[in-house]
Design a protein around this ligand. Structure first.
Ligand SMILES: [Zn+2]
Ligand SMILES: [Zn+2]
Length: 451
């Protein structure tokens, strides 16, 4: 079995990996790079001959894992696609939104190849999507490879994949979290010995602070909301529409139930509403905490704007949970922030990752009095409000990944989905922990023999 990374660089970006044995070709994930535009944002699909794929496997519905799936399917019309049902439904919503975003980018930024696919195409390619539950082995199309999905604890529907070929095993973690979040429970991964492991390395660049707990972090957020409320201000929390939003909303519900925050309206907007409805639809059908809890119906303080309405009123003593998490130009969190941050009573709270090239990163690192650019086409804004950051990551702390690798003792470990310092830390740590294993940092396009 040969492995080739289809990414264009070693980084977190357009995740996609080719597996090839004597007779068959498979692809794991088909992402799109969040920081690039046009064809540069796609994986290097030219390494896969036209209509030669026997199967595609998708681990979860985040853009960096599914964003280019329709493009891959255009080039590989015969290949069946495998994923969990929740991932399929979320992917459909995410990709339809992606058509709208690309259409806007064509108009506003002149990216002429956009949109790379249409709403109609999206409806057609679903005929090739096959849903499988976790822990139930299935054959991958006409290949001789058997696949079993395992709950990855990252977002709803996320899964790692165990592939078995002639007694040899490969496990791909996808994005994983070994600790429970508010809704999503901890990963439920296989613990048997694995021959080859492809592992994400997102958080390799920093140790968890001494004594860190999610509980304390929630209480710190509650204290900030209380202080802002008492001075008559509001809180803006920029969040990813998928995963982070729903985790945050249930966390706010939990803090309200514990009387740790006052009763105040929580406004959501953009893609978040659509994704939250899908979380609610699966509230009793997936492995999770708060089973059966429907955010839209059961969270009394929640306000979703009417369909199609983008303008959001700025009120006092209100929480705004708006996408996107990185405050990308043209999104509701970016537009709303222009009015919001000029008022000293208000607070912006970051709860997720921000790429250094994005407006969210500039905002996160600003101090009161700084003038920052949120959108090059509009005047800069003076930040006069309070700004704070929290760690509610949906990715495994690096120590927990090392524990997992120790447990499954892979002969070969392939490091993916991380920036250079993160991969370097893991490479060093795994060499110590597994002296007899081969630790591999795959170069884009490089052929690596797994067995
Ligand atoms: Zn992810
Ligand atoms: Zn990812």
């Amino acid at each position: 079995m040969i492995f080739r990374s289809l990414t264009r660089r070693r980084e977190i970006g357009a995740n996609s990996y080719l597996l090839q044995n004597k007779n068959h070709r498979m692809v794991l994930d088909a992402g799109m790079h969040p920081g690039e535009r046009g064809f540069d944002a796609l994986p290097n699909f030219s390494l896969v001959p036209h209509d030669s794929l026997d199967a595609v496997l998708i681990t979860h519905a985040h853009h960096d894992h599914i964003g280019s799936l329709p493009v891959l399917q255009q080039r590989q019309p015969s290949a069946p696609v495998y994923m969990t049902e929740a991932t399929g439904e979320l992917s459909s919503a995410m990709l339809h939104n992606s058509v709208n975003v690309m259409t806007r980018q064509r108009e506003e930024q002149g990216v002429m190849e956009y949109p790379l696919f249409t709403h109609t195409e999206l409806d057609q390619i679903r005929a090739k999507w096959n849903y499988h539950p976790t822990r139930k082995p299935f054959a991958m199309g006409r290949t001789n490879v058997e696949c079993t999905l395992f709950d990855a604890g990252h977002i709803m529907g996320s899964a790692g994949a165990l592939l078995r070929e002639n007694g040899k095993t490969l496990f791909y973690t996808g994005d994983v979290n070994f600790e429970a979040q508010t809704i999503v429970r901890e990963a439920d991964f296989p613990r048997e010995k694995i021959d080859a492991l492809i592992v994400e390395t997102t958080r390799g660049d920093h140790a968890r602070p001494e004594g860190f707990s999610r509980r304390d972090e929630k209480e710190r957020l509650a204290a900030l909301i209380r202080e802002t409320y008492e001075r008559g201000g509001s809180v803006l929390i920029p969040v990813f529409a998928l995963g982070k939003s729903q985790e945050l909303l249930v966390t706010l519900h939990e803090l309200r139930q514990l009387n740790l925050i006052p009763d105040m309206p929580v406004i959501i907007g953009g893609l978040t509403t659509k994704i939250t409805l899908l979380y609610d639809q699966y509230a009793s059908r997936v492995r999770r905490s708060y089973e059966g809890f429907r955010i839209m119906e059961d969270m009394g303080s929640l306000v979703a704007p009417r369909k199609g309405r983008r303008e959001i009123n700025l009120a006092a003593r209100t929480i705004y949970a708006l996408s996107s998490g990185m405050m990308t130009e043209g999104t509701i969190s970016n537009e709303f922030a222009r009015r919001f941050v000029t008022q000293p009573n208000n607070t912006v709270a970051f709860v997720g990752y921000t790429d250094p090239k994005t407006p969210g990163w500039r905002m996160r690192n600003a101090k009161a009095g700084d003038v920052i650019c949120l959108d090059e086409k509009k005047p800069p804004v003076e930040v006069r409000c309070q700004i704070e950051s929290f760690d509610f990551s949906a990715h495994a702390a690096r120590e927990t990944i090392v524990d997992y690798v120790r447990a499954v003792q892979p002969a070969k470990v392939l490091l993916v989905h991380g920036d250079a310092p993160a991969m370097d830390w893991f490479a060093g740590k795994f060499s110590e922990a597994l002296p007899n294993s081969e630790i591999i940092l795959p170069e884009p396009g490089e052929e690596i023999t797994l067995w």
